[in-house]
Design a protein. Structure first.
Ligand code: PEP
Ligand code: MN
Length: 342
């Protein structure tokens, strides 16, 4: 991948010492990275853990900026943080996932951003709500900030599987559909929680047309005070980016129309069949009403659900997917039958 063509923000989860910041920044700058990130105030789940070095680290970031020509970025969670950061000529701030869940906090920071010229990155909230994410972006834009960037860092879930934070790709895709001009970055570090998953996530994001990446890199990841398992060496980061395959995108766009035509046709057929199914449901509804029978028949519903899940399984469709479709279709059928009463 051509690093120059994408927006890449890289650096340690947290600034820990002057040496760590300068060494990491120097190696990243030598590899072609232009924007350096480091957290100064770290939102930790439990008290008593390393909570960042605070304002002291601003001097280290400024040094990295002047020595290596890097733009610098850090997280801001309060007006107090923002004031300190603005005094140190920071180029970008980001609003963290926890801050973005709270419209009061976002609005307070947005109010303090009025008249300020700075880039603002807005992470997705920890809960899967595209409107909350869009709302935070709008609050920042309404404060007059022109350079607003969205960062996809995944969503918290009670059940943890492969990823530390579930990617739920449909949400950033919906954000981009609603706001096509917004720059969208993928943060594979916080999505994955594991350094070996950073490269495959970057590849997926590239194939979904993301504009760039926001990745954690540390000069000594094993000794990192926060997010140690997900940070990569600066040299690893450069090689991950170098090895990403951009060609896939272009080749796909040339052959894709043939398949898109097929998909359009299939979707039309699905919708025609659904409409036919709804007509039949209404006929059944009339019979039920005439016979004074309840519209919802629990046994029939359970049997239908089981049956469709089994057919889906034989066709290679996941039970979760089939269940969601059947539930939705059944809900709509019932609605149509209920409307017959009016
Ligand atoms: C971070 O980028 O270091 C961070 C704390 O991220 P998030 O707000 O996405 O958890
Ligand atoms: Mn982190």
């Amino acid at each position: 991948m051509d690093i120059e063509k994408h927006m890449i923000v890289a650096g340690p989860c947290a600034a820990e010492s002057r040496d760590q910041v300068i060494k990491t920044a120097e190696e990243l700058a030598a590899g072609g990275i232009r924007i350096f990130r480091a957290g100064l105030w770290k939102p930790r789940t439990k008290p008593g853990e390393f909570e960042g070095v605070g304002v002291e680290g601003l001097g280290w970031l400024s040094e990295a900026k002047s020595r290596f020509g890097l733009k610098i970025a850090t997280e801001v969670a309060s007006v107090e943080h923002l004031k300190a950061v603005l005094a140190a000529d920071v180029d970008y701030i980001w609003l963290g996932a926890r801050t973005v869940t709270n419209p009061f906090a976002v609005q307070t920071i947005a109010d303090a951003l009025k008249g300020v010229k700075i880039g603002v990155m807005v992470k997705n909230p920890i809960n899967p709500d595209v409107n909350l994410w869009l709302g935070a972006i709008e609050r920042v834009e309404n404060a007059g900030i022109e350079n607003v960037i969205a960062i996809h860092r995944g969503f918290s879930s009670y059940e943890q599987h492969t990823y530390r934070n579930n990617p739920l790709w449909a949400i950033p895709i919906e954000l981009k559909r609603k706001r096509p001009s917004i720059t969208l970055l993928c943060d594979p570090s916080h999505i994955s929680g594991r350094r070996e998953l950073v490269a495959p996530l970057c590849q997926q994001a590239l194939q979904l047309n993301y504009d760039g990446f926001f990745i954690e890199a540390h000069c000594c990841p094993e000794h990192a005070l926060t997010d140690s398992r997900q940070q990569v060496l600066p040299s690893e980061l450069i090689s991950i980016l170098d090895n990403l395959d951009e060609k896939t995108n272009k080749e796909l766009s040339q052959n894709v129309n043939f398949f898109r035509d097929k998909i359009d046709e299939i979707d039309r057929r699905i919708l025609e069949l659904l409409s036919e199914r709804m007509d039949i449901s209404q006929e059944i509804g009339k019979v039920k009403i005439q016979s004074n029978a309840p519209l919802f028949q629990g046994d029939r519903y359970n049997k239908m659900l089981e049956d469709r899940i089994e057919i889906g399984r034989q066709l290679g469709l996941s039970s979760d997917f089939v269940e969601q479709i059947v539930r939705k279709v059944h809900e709509e059928s019932l609605k149509k039958q209920l409307d017959l009463n009016e």
